[in-house]
Each structure stands twice: as structure tokens, then as C-alpha cells.
Design a protein around this ligand. Structure first.
Ligand code: GCB
Length: 651
């Protein structure tokens, strides 16, 4: 039985949302504006892993008190990046425990002297548990590696004649049955086989547990009375776009709010005042997915201006939020965007690359989006955790539809269904919704991937989790991704869309592609008969070593990957006329995993290599996706050819 705040949230969520209380405490992306500055702290940080037996020497010796170099040797560590693959040290690559990052930041004089300025430290992602000190003073703690957190450090930096501040971040990558994702630590006590104190981290998910400061770290400012959060939700009434907004202000009580909605030409199309309201946009340009419309991804700009009366006089804060006007709905057999059937033809991704691991990297990001558009993909799932905010912004700009997934992957142990775990999972969904709620590209939340949803406690767990997520955001459907074998799924009754993964002719019936059509058709028919909900084939694929060729096809050859995909496509082409609403290949690119005899330096199911070069299957999918796009473009007339003509990656 869920007790305490979680139960209250589950029951009161919809009401709280309506009253605007559900998600207090904003996580607006730090954008520059006339009232806001930002200073990136990316680059080289000092670094040390705590190799002491209990991994707690850093706390015992208070490494945060003085510059890190004074307590022992340090390494140069790039940020953002995982720490695992940048060095030559095998032990650091697989290190489990606390690592310490530190850097000095020089602050502009105004930030330290103007008491009307609020200075905020923001960490895009620190995997997994992080503690932060500024000038030796504890300022923040955060659990969870894929979502941002921040600390108001104004008082600290404005308290003395300091022109710089020392930021220390301790990060622990240990996973337990209650973390997301979960894991366990296995201690080996047989001293005839293992040295004293030997332990390893065990996980039940199929990607390397990269760790470190994975996303940008930055400082930004706002006035002391400031726009803390904005929530926008959109609908359409005939040709009129409706933008409901709600603005949360912190740090003051006497203020006025003005909002203006600008189109892409900078023309004001609607305006309003006050903390909540509805803007009406006649003849609105809707936000359409890539390849579904001649002008996809239309974004308006919501300019918010706060004018506050403070003791020091009148101050203003400005924030501009991109807004896409679109609707999302689900029927028994369709997924609708702007009232039209939408078919997901896309990929599953990972944040993963050579050397930097899960570290954010602009060139990689732009390359990936160019590849997605080349492929004719209109969607991806953020398997198996929330991706960087900059990724979501590009999805909005390019019209790439997102199934936004929580880090609920590898939930297999019964302990991971306890109230401690559930409470944390509910909090993670809150953080995720708070961060991504305003992205038009996000059309569905996925609360988990392949949990052991047939276990008894899973029923209550997912019922609560899904109800809570819907309460946080009633405007989007919710799913979790299941495995085709989990027919006694206890969570499926609560989802809006069934997302199912299957690996026919890969993890069983090795090499027998002839069974795929029958098994896949049976899968779809069984799941649809049981639940009468639209289905997405959320994973399918085959490991393939680029450059391996074999005809007739053998497993791991490029020919086998193509042959397997073709078998799936034959069934998908029948079922998409009925209730299958999408197909997402596993995976966009090869990615790193733990070492095991099943993995040849990582998972090789990518249609691109880890270096983003195409395997044969990429060309096969490209042909298919452009064909599918051609069938589903709106309006039907004329647009299709324009769509193709406008494609910068001409076929
Ligand atoms: C799955 C998982 C994914 C794995 C994939 C595979 O079902 O969801 O994380 O990487 O299978 O390749 O085994």
C-alpha cells in the first residue's frame, strides 16, 4: 500500500494540476535574455577517484574544504564527458564508488556585488548520486543521473570580496535495488579466488553504466524576483490554436506579468496578462512532425515579461519559450497528431559514443540528427533514460517525435517494486515531466523498459506510477515498454499504447528467419485481442558486425540483419493497416555494454556503427521510411512531392 506523499499525489494530482500546484519548483532551461546571463563551466576540471577501501576517504578527509590538489594527486577530466573511457587506466574504467570533480569559476563583478542578482549553479546531469559544495559549503544533493538540478548560490558568492568560487562535485555511480536504473553490489568473500574487499556492480540492463558529469555545468543569473516556471498546453478549435499558459513567479509578491506570442516572422499574434490565461491564434500554424507536412515543426515564441516592485525599485525578468501548437490523442487503434493518424517510423537511441561515453557533444548530436533526417525517421524513443535538453530542443525544431522514457530499465528484482523504489520512481517522473512538459516533440511518456511486469507487485507499482504520470500531465498518453514474452503483463491494462519488444530469430530460433512472420503476427494478434490498444513494435533487430558478409545470410552478417528486418516489415505492413502504429528499430547505432560472451565490444544491433557509418540495413530502412512518409503526409495533395523536394538529403 502506498503511503505518505505518494498516495496524496496519486489521488490529488489532477486537481493540483488544475490549480497549478502539481509541479512547483521550475526547471526552465537556462536561456540568455535581457535579464539573464549564463556562464558555461565546460572544459577541464580536476578529478580524483576515491580508491580507498570504503570509498569514503574523501568525506573523512573533507576533500571539499580545500582545493582538491591539496589532498592528493588529481587528473585533468573533460566536462561534459563520462570519466570511464578518456584514460588508460583499466581500474578507473570500471570504477564503482565516489569520484570528485572540482573547478574554479571567475565571476563577473556585477554577479557578486549586485544584491538584486540571483546566481544559480546548474548541473545538466551527474550520474548517479551527486553532492555539491561551493567554497566548501554544501549547496545541493541529487539522486538520478539523467535529469538536471540546481542550487541558488547567490548568498555564498555575494558574501565577501571573492571574485571566484570553487565548485566541488562528488559523484557516486553505485546502483542499488532502489536506484533507477537498479543494480546490486556483489561482494566476493572467497579469499582463495578474490582479494580482500573485492566487489563488482551487477546490472540488469544492456548498456555500459557510464558515469561522471555527462552534461553541461553552468552558472546563470536571474533577478531576485524571477520567472520560475512556465507550463504551456495547446489545443485546436477549428483553425484557431489555443495556448493555455501558466507562469510561476518566485522571490516576490508584487509583480505584473505580460505575455506575447510571436510567429516565426516575429509578428505578435496574441497577447495576454497575468499568471494564467489562454492565447488564441486564428489560422494557427500547427506543429507537425517531420515529413508529415510541407512546413513541419512550426514554432511560436512565448515571450514572458515580469515586472516586479522590490525595495530597490522596479525590476524586470524576461524569458522566451518556444511553443508548438499541436494535439495528441489515442484511439483503440490509432495514434493521432493534430487529429491525423501518425505512424512512428524511427529508431531507438542511446547517448553513447567513443571516448566521451555518455558525455554531451554538439558535433555528435548534429550528426545524429542529420542521419535521422537522411533516414526519413520521424520519431525516436529515448531508450532507456531522459536525454539531454539540447536533444529535445532539436526534436522540437526538426519535428522529430519523441517517446520520452524514464531511467526505469532493468527493474527485475522484487525489492525494486518496494515503496522506497516506487517513491523514487514517482519523483523521477515528476522531474522528467517538469523538465520536458513544454516540448511539442514529446508525444508520450514511457515510465519503464521491460520490467518484470508479470511479477505480482508489478501490478500495483505500474498502476500507481502510470496514474501519477497522467495526473502530472493529462495532455499526453503514457506507456511502458514490455517484452513480447511477458504475456501475463500486469501493467499493460493501465497504459494507453502497448509498446512491445521482440527478437524473433535472434535470441531464440537462431538463424531461422522463416519463423519470424508467424511469430510476429501471433504476437500482435495476442496483444491486440487482450488489450484493444494501439501497438508499437518498440524494438526489433539483430547484432551485426559491419563488414561481415555472408550469403545465404548467417547471424552477425549484414545480410542477416537486412533479411531479418525484411521479415518484420512484411508483417508490419499488414498490421499497420489495423492497429500497429509504429516501428522503432533497435538500434540507431552500436553502443557500449558491459563485457560478456554475448557482446562483441558492445551491442552491435545498430544500423549505423558507433562511429555513425551505415551498415547495409540503414539503406534498407531509409527506402522504407521514405516510402512510409510518402503515404502519410498531410495534406495528401501536392505536399508529398514538396516534402521530398525539400529534403536536403535527396534520394
Ligand atoms: C532489449 C532491451 C535493450 C537491449 C536489447 C538487446 O530488449 O530493451 O536494452 O539492448 O534488448 O539488444 O538485447
Amino acid at each position: 500500500m502506498l503511503r505518505g506523499p505518494a498516495a496524496v499525489w496519486a489521488a490529488l494530482g489532477p486537481l493540483l494540476w488544475a490549480c497549478g500546484l502539481a509541479l512547483r519548483g521550475g526547471m526552465l532551461y537556462p536561456r540568455e535574455s535581457p535579464s539573464r546571463e549564463r556562464k558555461e563551466l565546460n572544459g577541464l576540471w580536476s578529478f580524483r577517484a576515491d580508491f580507498s577501501e570504503n570509498r569514503r576517504q574523501g568525506f573523512e578527509q573533507q576533500w571539499y574544504r580545500t582545493p582538491l590538489r591539496e589532498s592528493g594527486p588529481t587528473l585533468d577530466m573533460p566536462v561534459p564527458s563520462s570519466f570511464n573511457d578518456v584514460g588508460q587506466d583499466r581500474q578507473l574504467r570500471s570504477f564503482v564508488g565516489w569520484v570528485w570533480y572540482e573547478r574554479e569559476a571567475t565571476l563577473p563583478q556585477r554577479w557578486t556585488q549586485d544584491l538584486g542578482t540571483r546566481v544559480v549553479l546548474r548541473i545538466g546531469s551527474a550520474h548517479y548520486y551527486a553532492i555539491v559544495w561551493v567554497n566548501g559549503v554544501h549547496v545541493a544533493e541529487h539522486e538520478g543521473g539523467h535529469l538536471p538540478f540546481e542550487a541558488d548560490i547567490s548568498k555564498l558568492v555575494q558574501s565577501g570580496p571573492l571574485a571566484s568560487c570553487r565548485i566541488t562535485i562528488a559523484i557516486n555511480n553505485t546502483l542499488t535495488p532502489h536506484t533507477l536504473p537498479p543494480g546490486t553490489i556483489l561482494y566476493q568473500t572467497d579469499t582463495s579466488k578474490y582479494p580482500k574487499g573485492y566487489f563488482v556492480q551487477n546490472i540488469n540492463f544492456d548498456f555500459f553504466n557510464y558515469a561522471g558529469l555527462h552534461r553541461p555545468v553552468l552558472l546563470y543569473t536571474t533577478p531576485t524576483t524571477y520567472i520560475d516556471d512556465i507550463t504551456v498546453s495547446t489545443s485546436v478549435d477549428q483553425d484557431t490554436g489555443l495556448v493555455d499558459y501558466q507562469i510561476f513567479v518566485e522571490g516576490g509578491e508584487h509583480f505584473q506579468l505580460e505575455v506575447r506570442l510571436l510567429d516565426e516572422e516575429g509578428k505578435v499574434v496574441a497577447q495576454g496578462t497575468g499568471g494564467r490565461g489562454q492565447l488564441q491564434v486564428p489560422n494557427a500554424h500547427l506543429w507537425w512532425p517531420y515529413l508529415m507536412h510541407e512546413h513541419p515543426a512550426y514554432l511560436y515564441s512565448l515571450e514572458v515579461r515580469l515586472t516586479a516592485q522590490t525595495a530597490a525599485g522596479s525590476v524586470s525578468d524576461f524569458y522566451t519559450l518556444p511553443v508548438g501548437i499541436r494535439t495528441v490523442a489515442v484511439t483503440e487503434h490509432q495514434f493521432l497528431i493534430n487529429g491525423k493518424p501518425f505512424y512512428f517510423h524511427g529508431v531507438n537511441k542511446h547517448e553513447d559514443a567513443d571516448i566521451r561515453g555518455k558525455g554531451f557533444d554538439w558535433p555528435l548530436l548534429v550528426k545524429d540528427f542529420n542521419l535521422l533526417r537522411w533516414l526519413g525517421a520521424n520519431a525516436f524513443r529515448t531508450s532507456h533514460y531522459p536525454y539531454a535538453e539540447e536533444v529535445m530542443q532539436l526534436c522540437d525544431r526538426y519535428g522529430i517525435v519523441v517517446i520520452d522514457e524514464s531511467p526505469g530499465v532493468g527493474i527485475v528484482l522484487v525489492e525494486s517494486y518496494s515503496n522506497v523504489s516506487l517513491q523514487h520512481h514517482l519523483e523521477v517522473m515528476e522531474e522528467l515531466v517538469r523538465r520536458d512538459k513544454n516540448h511539442p516533440a514529446v508525444v508520450m511518456w514511457s515510465v519503464a523498459n521491460e520490467p518484470t511486469s508479470f511479477l505480482k507487485p508489478a501490478g500495483y507499482y505500474f498502476k500507481t506510477l502510470i496514474a501519477h504520470t497522467k495526473a502530472l500531465d493529462p495532455s499526453r498518453p503514457v506507456t511502458f515498454v514490455t517484452n513480447s514474452n511477458y504475456e501475463a503483463d500486469l501493467g499493460a491494462p493501465y497504459v494507453d499504447v502497448i509498446c512491445v519488444n521482440s527478437y524473433y530469430s535472434w535470441y531464440h530460433d537462431y538463424g531461422h528467419m522463416e519463423v519470424i512472420q508467424l511469430q510476429l503476427a501471433t504476437q500482435f494478434e495476442n496483444w491486440y485481442r487482450t488489450y484493444q490498444k494501439p501497438i508499437i513494435q518498440s524494438e526489433y533487430g539483430a547484432d551485426t558486425i559491419a563488414g561481415f558478409h555472408q550469403d545465404p545470410p548467417l547471424m552477425f552478417s549484414e545480410e542477416y540483419q537486412k533479411g531479418l528486418l525484411e521479415q518484420y516489415h512484411l508483417v508490419l505492413d499488414q498490421k499497420r493497416k489495423e492497429y500497429v502504429v509504429g516501428e522503432l528499430i533497435w538500434n540507431f547505432a552500436d553502443f557500449m555494454t558491459n563485457q560478456s560472451p554475448q557482446r562483441v565490444m558492445g551491442n552491435k544491433k545498430g544500423i549505423f556503427t558507433r562511429q555513425r557509418q551505415p551498415k547495409g540495413a540503414a539503406f534498407l530502412l531509409r527506402e522504407r521510411y521514405w516510402k512510409l512518409a510518402n503515404e502519410t503526409t498531410y495534406p495528401w495533395s501536392a505536399v508529398k512531392s514538396q516534402c521530398l523536394e525539400n529534403n536536403p538529403f535527396t534520394l
